[in-house]
Design a binder for this molecule. Structure first.
Ligand code: C2E
Ligand code: MG
Ligand code: MG
Ligand code: MG
Length: 276
């Protein structure tokens, strides 16, 4: 019976893998085409200073209008891009578009703070990120101070000297480094101390339980206090209600982002919200 059961689950497992692999191949080649045909778009989600409501930045978020599937989430196609070897090119496209947008807002005299760009692990591991950033900034004609790069904890976990050196080089230029989805990885704050990071972005999952969940309040408080006392800027992600904003402000969180303040939108819709 045991063997039979294993046989059955193995069969399902391998069928699943095949479907998965097929899906990946298909999405991969369509993504290749989408990059070539400029069918990808960047949306921007404004970030705010909680106490004043002032905009302090805009995170660039990839959007793909797939011809048959409609909008495909970056959470779905970024991992595909990583696995089929398209992430380098995709990453350079995002950097270019983000810097171009910064250039447009700057030329219009608008206060947008920084544009945040998500960077995935393979981009840092491949080793060309510093040159890619320099190139995108130079092409757009904007200084490094308009850019923030968002990386996840797992990238720093290894303490790979080569990865750390690239982040240090970027910071030395004036690019801000934010640690995205903070709290979902395995690193402790003491472990992060001394690493080339400017900002912690508290993961949405910790904000979701607010304002009623007392444990979540304590977790947020702990991250905020330790983050600030170690000299990091702290931003809470995924704020959806006024009550969540109020709790976070009360707990001393300086910055926030979420549907309550602004949704990710095409640049044309973000521009009128910015002040000169
Ligand atoms: P992320 O960097 O953590 O981005 C935040 C995600 O939370 C975005 O999802 C955003 O739309 C969503 N979000 C923002 N505020 C709220 C809120 O109040 N409530 C809820 N429920 N969600 C909120 P999105 O755009 O689907 O992106 C998903 C992930 O895909 C991103 O997570 C990021 O890891 C990745 N991604 C997006 N664009 C890029 C990119 O250009 N390059 C790379 N490498 N990854 C990207
Ligand atoms: Mg992000
Ligand atoms: Mg995040
Ligand atoms: Mg996330």
């Amino acid at each position: 019976y045991q063997a039979r059961q294993e046989g059955v689950s193995l069969r399902f497992f391998s069928e699943e893998l095949t479907a998965d692999a097929r899906e990946r191949l298909e999405l991969g080649s369509q993504l290749r085409q989408a990059i070539d045909e400029d069918a990808l778009e960047l949306h921007f989600q404004l970030q705010t200073e909680l106490a004043s409501g002032r905009w302090i930045g805009a995170e660039a978020l990839l959007r793909w209008a797939h011809p048959e599937r409609g909008w495909v989430s970056p959470a779905q196609f970024v991992p595909v891009a990583e696995r089929v070897g398209l992430i380098g090119e995709l990453g350079r496209w995002v950097l270019r578009r983000a810097c171009e947008q910064a250039r447009i807002w700057r030329d219009a005299g608008l206060a947008f703070g920084r544009v945040g760009v998500n960077v995935s692990a393979p981009q840092l591991i491949a080793g060309g990120l510093v040159q890619d950033v320099d190139y995108a900034l130079a092409q757009a004609g904007v200084p490094p101070e308009v850019l923030a790069l968002e990386i996840t904890e797992s990238v720093l976990m290894e303490q790979d000297r080569h990865v750390v050196a690239q982040l240090e080089a970027l910071r030395a230029r004036g690019v801000q480094i934010a640690l995205d989805d903070f709290g979902t990885g395995y690193s402790s704050l003491s472990y992060l101390r001394g690493l080339p990071v400017d900002q912690l972005k508290i993961d949405r999952s910790f904000v979701q339980g607010l304002p009623s969940d007392q444990t979540q309040i304590k977790i947020n408080r702990a991250i905020i206090d330790l983050g600030l006392s170690l000299g990091y800027s702290v931003l809470a992600e995924g704020i959806e209600t006024r009550e969540q904003q109020e709790v976070l402000l009360r707990e001393g969180c300086p910055l926030g982002q979420g549907f309550y303040f602004a949704r990710p939108e095409p640049a044309a819709q973000v521009t009128p919200r910015l002040c000169g």
